[in-house]
Design a protein around this ligand. Sequence first.
Ligand SMILES: *Cc1c(COP(=O)(O)O)cnc(C)c1O
Length: 814
Amino acid sequence: MTLTLPNIIPILNAKTNGKPENFEIDSVSIDSRSLQNGAGTLFFAIAGPNYDAHSYISNLIENGVRNFVVTHIPENLEGKAYFIIVENTLDALQQFAAWYRGLFHFPVIGITGSNGKTIVKEWLNFLLGPDYNIIRSPKSYNSQVGVPLSVVSINENHNLGIFEAGISTVNEMVKLEPIIRPTIGLLTNIGSAHDEGFSNLGEKIKEKLKLFTHSDILICHKNKTVEAFLSQKVTTFTWSCKDESADVFIGKKPMVDKTVLKIRHNGQVFEIKIPFQDDASIENAIQCLMVLLHFGYSHETIEQRMELLYPVEMRLKVKNGINNTTLIDDSYSSDFQSLKIALDFLESQKQYKKKTLILSDIFQSGLDTDELYSKVSQLVISNKIQRVIGIGETISAYKNKFANCITFKDTEGFIDAFDTLSFGNETILIKGARTFEFERIVLLLEEKTHETVLEINLNAISHNLNFFKSKLKPATKMMVMVKAFGYGNGGFEIAKLLEHHHVDYLGVAFADEGISLKSAGIKLPIMVLNPETTSFQSIIQHELEPEIYSIKGLKSFLQIAKQRKLEQFPIHIKIDTGMHRLGFEENNMDELIAILKENKSVKVKSILSHMATSDDVSFKDFALSQITRFEKLSAKLMTGLQIHPIRHMLNTSGITNFPDAQYDMVRLGIGLYGISNDAEEQKQLENVGTLKSVISQIRTIPEGDSVGYGRRFIADKPTKIATIPIGYADGISRGWGNEKGFVTIKNKKAPILGSVCMDMLMVDISNISCKEGDRVVIFGESPTVNEIAKALGTIPYEILTGISQRVKRVFYRE
Ligand SMILES: *Cc1c(COP(=O)(O)O)cnc(C)c1O
């Protein structure tokens, strides 16, 4: 993209401050944290309910960005950069993208539907790649911002576009349609995703179909409801496995490890094989087949290419590597757009200063290779990558574009040289096209773990954080509790993500939790809830902020503070308003005020209290009495000391149930991890942790045989059982055994038979077709942590924090 400001401004219908320089724009950004922002960036300052990119403009100016699309010029920045002023920056971004799209006239496939969009897009990219220069949405960039950002990456050399559009409520597709403007429409299916955003199924279908308003053709499953809502102007090209009147009629024949599809189209019949057996993959493959038929591919080509379809890994996974390294595994794709995303992710997750990029040849950039690798080299410089390991013939030829680079002709060459390359204390991004089989590199670098892992979905954490942020008044600050290793989910990684999201504070229970976060590079202020007197020295040394809850604690902290000649060291005053756990009471107030008044070495940064019944509306009166008491005692302290500290009281369920008591800050805990005790709210949160294992062994036992210790299960018929390597030492309660609990295998429930052992448990798989090595879900979508807690008569907090540290945590982003 080479655009200049003078030709952009008229499109945005904007006011400006001064005359634009004839300045070239080479990229568009909305992410103030990206290291890729620079002089050629046009930055759109998007404002959400709780995040406003306008606040980061001065930083961006310091980092060399010169051109901004804004709703207003932030204070004191007039004249410091070029500002394009619009009414709504998101609208402006969309308008700009729609205009930009209009500059190109090649076929564009627009995909929407409830499931399968990203897989179908990636497969089409693979199937059509040999014949076209394709521009496609990177990852699953299908939202109101993701779509425009995808489209502005089109360049002159592309000759086919594949973009996906995702919507969650009405009136969203109207905005995406002119940006994608698909000539070929593809509707994957209509499932129940985002049902809450629509009043009925008809409304949802109508909204999705708006994507195809100006398409020449719509490819979809033959479906009367869809047809009823479709505009007469759009021609359909339909398929079905049941309805012979569809344009393409398909018969399915399952085989071992694959499915044969018998296809009847235009009076001809032919067969193809696809390497999948599950319904979802078959349906996605058929959608792709339809596109190939529409493009007029020969039956032989279709057969050859479809047989090579592969499972798509869309996630960026964060893994622990050998010698204190963190791996970011993106080993299934290599195109320029997704490289940019992966580098931003690397920056948000990096644990170590040192960064290495292992990169294969890049395909389908639409650029000539010299220009491409120059651009990659710029990215490497702006993201401060110290070392590049290039793998492939092309990248080897451009080795001299990088300052510190070793190259290998192929993956084999890298593996042979592995022992001579040193890896340690660094973050390594592994990014390669599928053909390079970089999973072999990941295997070498990955710390060996056993098969049980707790997978943490970082997107879900971001979603849940935003959900609770949206309940806050604009000025309310957010402290997030990451005590007990982030409620069992991981300390550093989650803290890093929260820092990325600009939360205001972190909270931990003990000093050592805070110390390990600070030592790993977390810069956010951290409050320690339960500082022991013996840890005061290290609290000060690591700039943690103690909660002070007693006169005795205060005096001993002050003593140390004076010795160290501290001034205004931040402390937090905890008031007991009825929980009766920690805190000052009413009769301490005068003494507390007296001590603090004549003191300069500490500063009351905040006053807090904790509610005992915020989760139970039947105790509403008690909760309100706590709030009243907090109001009174905190006011007394503030008047007595003439101070205006941050006041805070609400935990997760408090945020939900007592919106009027937000004061200046709230303390979010369990909600971040996707758990609510309110059924309605639970539906709006996303699942964060999935505890997974695999089947170690399968056997069938005859009637009368028993399973496990104490023969607590006796088979009353021949029973097929599977052994799973997870037990009570990993945090699975024995109470969950003996058919009270279950695990999920291939989306089916497998009841736990007999007692849970220390390191293993056995389940009934009589009705499940599965094999040794198959994946098992212990909790996640089903069973949920809430379900398990209910059945065991406890609370989800205990289940989450009880997962032992020997279970590896793996973090990923969709
Ligand atoms: C743990 C904790 C919280 C967070 O509670 P959730 O119910 O998990 O939201 C808030 N404040 C204090 C003092 C806590 O100890």
